[in-house]
Every structure is written in structure tokens, then in C-alpha cells.
Design a protein around this ligand. Structure first.
Ligand code: PLP
Length: 427
């Protein structure tokens, strides 16, 4: 497109469109993106940006990957969409079977929906109804402090308290919060939890295993999470692992839950599920959860559904993505990125402007030694600096993190590292 139509897009965007997570008075300008390929985003003037956060952790095998687009194109001319209540189709069945092959062993059923928030919403409803169907009164949910689980009401309720949720807090579900267990507080957390569980009123526990993404890539240890999960399980609390961000290889294993011995009752998946091609989510559960709904009584069924549940195109994208994830090539790429990050992390550790460096799989995060408002001025200056370097990174407060596609080249990775090195010198 020529610069005239570029101006048109920007003007019409301001005129007609309301963007997510945006205060339009403070941030009126949206950068029009024309196309994407591999790890690169191209704006309408032909400038390219390395997608250092995989467009919110989705396109892990690169943008417009022909292995995925060709599969979806062929599905498109075969079966586009059909009601998933009363009907079924091969892509949905095959995807469920293949997902269960890579998920923790206890997972037995796959329930489809269309985004991360609904995946969590469904997990919460399954946990609540599981106890209801068994005649138990358990009206309270438990979640970690500082978690993020989405923007619908249930998902917001179990997320950490945030200024953005202020107008809605009066309408939240009943949720109590647990500090993330660390080596230092583990004993106290377990003791407090054990005491709290005596009332037997907690239905489910929602948590992001190993990495809390929106909380600026805070990381927790499998050894600390394991005893918490084991205790909850022993007390009949349904454990709901929100792997919307951590799923599909980002932690080094296919799923973060595979680092713990205690397997979650329910797992929420989305984001990288379809490799960024189409919106889709899945909430999977153990046989025990499913069995509590299986009954001669109609009302014990799970009466939840979305129009686009198990959309065949999304299923076919997910099947292609899963095939890539399990390929030797991608597994080698994941190892290569992990090793590169390890080297860069070592370098950053001794930098005077860096307060903390942490890594989990292909996720690398560093905290700048500066305090500031989360979306304050420094954050915006950092963002602009990266974009000027041709790198799309989205700092969270004073945290800079990389979560690039697995297919990023060494050279692109070096460009990303360099943009961080110069950022550290600038600020
Ligand atoms: C992004 C995210 C969600 C919400 O997913 P949406 O598709 O944006 O609704 C939920 N949980 C986690 C851990 C996420 O990272």
C-alpha cells in the first residue's frame, strides 16, 4: 500500500476502532502492520520487526508457516464450521486424541472453546459443578497472588488484584489468595493452607505453573509448587493448571505441569494451541472429573458451549502445530534457544543496571534496577527504543522479557540481545 492509504488506515482506525487494553486519550497511535512471515512483522512502510514475544506467545513456529497454512487451506474447502453439539468431525477427534498423548497422563477428556479466558472460565465451572454434582458445598476458589487468568468474570476473579479490575471487584466470585510458594516461605504457606482447608469449602485452585506471565514473568519452582498441589489434592480441591501461556514447549517440556509429580485435575490451553493462526482453546480434565458429570440426570451434564466450539479450521491448525511441536527440528530449536538464553543470562547477571535475571525454558526475563509505574514513561521509552532497533518487545513495568518463536535464527536472536544491551546503556 502507498503512504496515502497508510494515513487512511491510521485515521480510520482512530475514527472507528476501540483497541484492547488501551487508554485511547494517552495512546492514540496504533502501528498498522501489513504482513508477517517467520519471526518478522512488517509495517506498511516495509520496515520489519523481530517478533520477540511471538505476538503474545502464539506463533511459536513462525508467522504464516506454510506447514500450517496449507493444512488449514485444505480443511477450508472440506468442512468450514459445524455445530459441535450432536455432530462431531475428524479434526476435533484427532486433535483430542493427539493432545492427550502429550498432556500429563491423567488427562482423559478435551473440552473445546475459543480463547484463554473461556478455557479458564470452563475450568472454574467444571470444578464448581464437580462438587455440586457430588452434593458437596464448596463455594470458594483459591488462586495465587499476582496471577493472570483472563478478562471474563470468572477469570478476572481468580486473577491477582489489579487497578484495571477496580470497577468489577464487587461482582467477583469468592476467591482467596495464596502467596506463591518459595524456598523461604514454603513451610508457612503449607501450614496456613492446611489449616484453611479444614473447613472443606474450597472447590478449586487456579494457578499458572512455573511462570506467571502477566505478573512480569515471575517464576516459581517445581519443588515448591509440588507439595502445595499434593496437599490440595489430598483435601479434595480440584487443581486447575492455567497453561494458556506456558503450554506447548515454552518451559522446555511440552507442558509446565510435566515438571511436577502431582498432575492437575484440569488444564487450560490456548495461545500457542493453533500456532497463532486461529482463536481456539481447550480445557482438559481427568476421568474422575468427567465421571462426576456422567449421569442419567440431565442436569448433571455440563451445559456450557460456544458457537465456534471445535471449529474444524482451528482444529486443523492445532493438529499441524502439534505435529511441529513434536518434530525433532522444533525440539532442537527449543534447545538451541534455551542454550543461547543461558549464555545471555550469564552476561546480564553482572550488569549494574540489572536487578534480576530469570529463565524458564525459552522464556528469559530481566528486571531493570529502576522503579516506575507499570505503564509509565520509562516503559514507553524502552518500547520505542526496541522498535527503533527493529525488535518488538513489550516490557512489563521494569521487566524486559523475550519469548520469541522457536524458529528464530541465531542472527535474529543476536539482534534482540543487542537491542537489550543498548537499552541497558541508554536508561
Ligand atoms: C493470555 C492468558 C489468558 C487469557 O487468554 P485470552 O485468550 O487472552 O483470553 C489466560 N491465562 C493466561 C496464563 C494467559 O497468559
Amino acid at each position: 500500500m502507498n503512504p496515502v492509504s497508510l494515513k487512511n488506515i491510521s485515521e480510520k482506525d482512530k475514527k472507528f476502532v476501540w483497541h484492547p487494553l488501551t487508554q485511547h486519550k494517552r495512546n492514540p497511535e496504533m502501528l498498522p502492520i501489513a504482513r508477517a512471515e517467520g519471526c518478522l512483522l512488517y509495517d506498511m512502510q516495509g520496515r520489519s520487526y523481530i517478533d520477540g514475544i511471538s505476538s503474545w506467545y502464539t506463533c511459536m513456529y513462525g508467522h504464516c508457516n506454510p506447514r500450517i497454512t496449507s493444512r488449514v487451506a485444505s480443511q477450508m474447502s472440506t468442512l468450514d464450521q459445524v455445530v459441535f453439539s450432536g455432530f462431531t468431525h475428524a479434526p476435533a477427534v484427532q486433535l483430542a486424541e493427539e493432545l492427550l498423548q502429550v498432556l500429563p497422563e491423567n488427562q482423559a477428556k478435551v473440552f473445546y472453546s475459543d480463547n484463554g479466558s473461556t478455557a479458564v472460565e470452563i475450568g472454574i465451572k467444571m470444578a464448581l459443578q464437580y462438587h455440586f454434582n457430588r452434593g458437596e458445598k464448596r463455594p470458594v476458589l483459591l488462586a495465587f497472588e499476582d496471577g493472570f487468568h483472563g478478562d471474563t468474570f470468572g477469570a478476572m476473579s481468580v486473577s491477582g488484584l489489579s487497578v484495571y479490575n477496580g470497577p468489577f471487584e464487587d461482582f467477583f466470585l469468592k476467591v482467596e489468595r495464596l502467596p506463591v510458594p518459595t524456598e523461604d516461605n514454603l513451610k508457612q504457606v503449607l501450614a496456613r493452607l492446611e489449616e484453611r482447608l479444614e473447613k472443606q469449602d474450597i472447590a478449586g485452585f487456579v494457578y499458572e505453573p512455573l511462570v506467571q506471565g502477566a505478573a512480569a514473568m515471575k517464576m516459581n519452582k517445581a519443588e515448591c509448587l509440588e507439595p502445595v498441589l499434593a496437599l490440595l489434592k489430598k483435601k479434595g480441591v480440584v487443581t486447575i493448571a492455567d497453561e494458556v501461556m506456558t503450554g506447548f514447549g515454552k518451559t522446555g517440556k511440552h507442558f509446565a505441569s510435566l515438571y511436577m509429580d502431582t498432575q492437575p485435575d484440569i488444564i487450560c490451553l490456548s495461545k500457542a494451541l493453533t500456532a497463532g493462526l486461529l482463536p481456539m482453546a481447550a480445557t482438559t480434565c481427568s476421568q474422575e472429573i468427567y465421571d462426576a458429570f456422567y449421569s442419567d440426570e440431565l442436569g448433571k451434564g455440563f451445559f456450557h458451549g460456544h458457537t465456534y466450539t471445535a471449529n474444524p479450521l482451528a482444529c486443523s491448525a492445532a493438529l499441524a502445530a502439534l505435529e511441529l511441536l513434536r518434530s525433532e527440528q522444533i525440539q532442537q530449536n527449543i534447545q538451541r534457544v534455551i542454550d543461547s538464553h543461558r549464555g545471555f543470562a550469564r552476561e546480564l547477571q553482572s550488569h549494574p543496571r540489572v536487578a534480576d535475571v530469570r529463565q524458564c525454558g525459552v522464556i528469559l526475563a530481566l528486571d531493570l534496577d529502576a522503579s516506575m509505574e507499570r505503564y509509565g514513561d520509562l516503559r514507553d521509552r524502552l518500547y520505542r527504543h526496541f522498535m527503533e532497533q527493529g525488535v518488538f518487545l513489550r516490557p512489563l513495568g521494569n521487566t524486559i522479557y523475550i519469548l520469541a518463536p522457536y524458529v528464530i535464527t541465531e542472527e535474529q536472536l543476536m539482534t534482540v540481545y543487542d537491542s537489550i544491551r543498548t537499552a541497558l546503556d541508554l536508561f
